[in-house]
Write a protein that binds this ligand. Structure first.
Ligand code: ZN
Length: 246
């Protein structure tokens, strides 16, 4: 059941699922749960179910943080590049609460050893994840906050699967690496122009097309690479959430 709720796992054949099912458990993740901290062991990979979103975050010594990747139902969190053989470098924190499938990394490694498809899928996913991180470096260096904020909203909407993103402005500020007052000013402009509505810890995207226009190219570049390397599991882009029915 939960294999179907994650787009990586949903591509597995019954024979591949049999390799993993005995080592998988369904867990409920709350907002703010930390899946791993820098330097910690990573014994398991988490596969977010539809609606669950996890941020990969880098912190610096003065306490500020910035997000480098957003992972939802199209992906997996933990041990993707190192296979769990190295300590975590970043922090993984739950952004949008929900369910995930937790899989023992040793079982995933065993499945890769037995299935060329599983091995190939995860090496392509590692490429797509690295592309997202690399694009974030350029984005954080070159693009203005409003464009970065719009990129983030589009990515989070695709990952969470709805046009309402349960998220405080404090949290959005941490993801973008800026002060809360700074992100509030940007959010107010977007709200005044009818692109979003912010209310009680929820950001609702009212005009997806306008948010896409205001986003930097980073959103589309990452999506295009994802489609190229993982055509079978690309994040489901929400084409038009303006009517509020998605
Ligand atoms: Zn950008």
């Amino acid at each position: 059941m939960h294999f179907a709720n994650n787009r990586l796992l949903s591509t597995f054949s019954p024979a591949e699922r049999v390799l993993l099912e005995p080592h998988a458990t369904v867990v409920e993740l709350r907002r703010g749960d930390v899946l791993f901290e820098p330097g910690s062991d990573v014994p398991a990979t988490h596969f977010p179910s539809a609606g669950t979103v996890v941020a990969i975050v880098i912190g610096i010594a003065d306490g500020r943080t910035v997000e480098v990747a957003t992972i939802g139902k199209e992906g997996a969190v933990g041990g993707i590049v190192s296979d769990g053989k190295a300590p975590a470098y970043a922090r993984a924190v739950v952004q949008v609460p929900g369910f995930a499938l937790r899989l023992d990394l040793r079982a995933l490694e065993a499945a890769k050893a037995r299935s060329p498809y599983v091995r190939d899928l995860f090496s392509r996913y590692a490429d797509a994840l690295l592309a997202q991180v690399m694009q974030s470096v350029a984005c954080n260096a070159f693009h203005p906050l409003e464009a970065r904020c719009c990129r983030w909203l589009l990515t989070a909407q695709d990952r969470s699967g709805g046009n309402e993103i349960p998220l405080t402005q404090e949290y959005l500020a941490e993801m973008l690496g800026v002060q809360r007052t700074t992100v509030s000013a940007v959010a107010r402009v977007l709200q005044d122009q009818g692109l979003i509505r912010y209310r009680r810890g929820t950001i609702r995207i009212l005009d997806r097309a306008a948010v896409e226009q205001r986003s930097c190219e980073c959103y589309e570049n990452v999506e295009r690479h994802f489609r190229d390397v993982l055509p079978e599991i690309r994040p489901q882009k929400i084409v038009d959430a303006a009517d509020g029915t998605t």
